[in-house]
Design a protein around this ligand. Sequence first.
Ligand SMILES: [Cu+2]
Length: 91
Amino acid sequence: MLEGKEVYAFSPSTVAVVEGDTIHFTLINPEDDDHSFMLPDLVVPLPPQQTTRVSYVAKHAGIYPILCTIPKHLPMMSGQLIVLAGTSMAY
Ligand SMILES: [Cu+2]
């Protein structure tokens, strides 16, 4: 499956937040190749050797794939965003 592919990965590959949270991602691409960071309604190019900052509002609970849009970086270059349902503060 990985023959001829470059093996990249997101680290960490899983991010967990609570519904309604605004996530401030700092995305670092230490490589010499282009990558990207894709979530529902978001695609951020990650140029080589650069740090890219982006904010993302986790609107709805669920599990969402985090992907690099460069096909040969899949399936390894993927992760997931886990958005937990909002918790009631009533104890
Ligand atoms: Cu990539």
